[in-house]
Ligand binder design. Structure first.
Ligand SMILES: C[C@@](CO)(OP(=O)(O)O)[C@H](O)COP(=O)(O)OP(=O)(O)OC[C@H]1O[C@@H](n2ccc(N)nc2=O)[C@H](O)[C@@H]1O
Ligand SMILES: Nc1ncnc2c1ncn2[C@@H]1O[C@H](COP(=O)(O)OP(=O)(O)O)[C@@H](O)[C@H]1O
Length: 285
């Protein structure tokens, strides 16, 4: 039986602004999101029985209905009345609960893959709408590329990709819950909102310098206060020469942007002293 493969890349938020808290409990956001080449990989194969089976080499994620890839498979199967089974193997490379949307990207890859495996012929827009039922970041993970995200994150506009550069990612050994961070966030505590317009201008001009100058994430105010080690990592990346540094999503992963390869080793080595999980990636442009 034929196998289908899908890559599930990690996302980073170049800008994350929160406008207000909505009646439904979600926050109205404005985000500039892009993908990096640190990725999980999904292998999907038809099962002779009507069942979803998930496996992974990673011992630290759920493999039942708590897994977002499992939920994605169940949703698309039920919605389109598919009476066939699938075996999904998830090669997990993206750190978990890190602010890199690993779970969301796995769910997106499962939707894309099963659309092909089961010949459903759904458009990207239809997959995005389906994905939004499972999580705010999933529509972006389906579309990929670089996007301005609004609403709770599901309203997308594709924009110019960032100029190519190195992305050094450091994840301290703490797990951060997105719901907790949004729960503690107060719009009134933000002294200055980052500018989405400045970032979009930087990207359309392909200006690495202006992109670094326009980075901003209002959720840092919550996570950096609560976890001083995240602030330490930021300071270390700046000191060791990264050109732009920001926490991704609700954290705790911090990414540093570097334009010249010669600087990568310096930033990487600077971090290794007090952070075990450090990754070197490239922008997916
Ligand atoms: C912060 C961001 C930035 O990209 O990413 P992560 O740090 O999770 O990677 C996202 O907004 C996270 O999106 P995602 O992780 O899909 O969130 P969801 O599952 O939809 O929601 C988890 C919880 O976060 C809160 N939430 C999420 C999105 C939003 N716009 N407002 C919210 O208040 C809600 O309390 C919700 O119950
Ligand atoms: N496929 C998956 N990969 C990673 N975590 C998953 C997955 N499915 C469900 N989860 C659960 O979702 C939570 C958030 O995971 P993740 O998507 O990695 O975080 P974030 O949105 O912060 O990047 C974790 O607590 C994890 O147990």
């Amino acid at each position: 039986m034929s196998k289908i493969y899908e890559k599930a890349p990690a996302k980073i938020n170049l800008v994350l602004d929160v406008l207000n808290k909505r009646e439904d409990g979600f926050h109205e956001v404005e985000m500039v999101m892009t993908m990096v080449d640190l990725a999980d990989r999904l292998e999907m194969e038809e099962l002779p029985r009507d069942q979803i089976v998930l496996s992974s080499q990673a011992g630290f994620i759920p493999l039942d209905e708590k897994n977002l890839a499992f939920q994605a498979a169940r949703l698309i199967k039920e919605r389109y009345g598919v009476k066939r089974g699938v075996y999904i193997h998830l090669d997990k490379q993206i750190p978990v609960a890190a602010g890199l949307a690993g779970g969301s990207s796995d769910a997106a890859a499962a939707l894309r893959g099963l659309n092909r495996l089961w010949n459903l012929n759904l458009s990207t827009e239809e997959l995005e709408t389906l994905g939004a039922e499972l999580g705010s970041d999933i529509p972006f993970c389906i579309r990929g590329g670089t996007a301005l995200a609004r609403g709770r994150g599901e309203k997308l506009e594709t924009i110019s990709p960032p100029p190519q550069c190195w992305v050094i990612l450091a994840k301290p050994p703490i797990n951060v819950s997105t719901a907790d961070v949004y729960g503690k966030f107060r719009v009134s505590d933000i002294p200055k909102h980052p500018s989405v317009a400045d970032m979009m201008g930087a990207l359309s001009r392909q200006s690495f310098h202006d992109m670094c100058a326009s980075l901003g994430n209002v959720l840092e105010s919550v996570t950096l206060n609560r976890y001083p080690e995240v602030k330490q990592i930021k300071d270390c990346m700046i000191k060791s020469g990264a050109d732009g540094v920001l926490m991704s999503g609700s954290g705790p992963t911090v990414f540093g942007l570097v334009s010249k390869e010669v600087k990568v080793a310096r930033v990487y080595n600077g971090l290794r002293g007090f952070c075990k999980e450090v990754y070197v990636a490239r922008m997916l442009t």
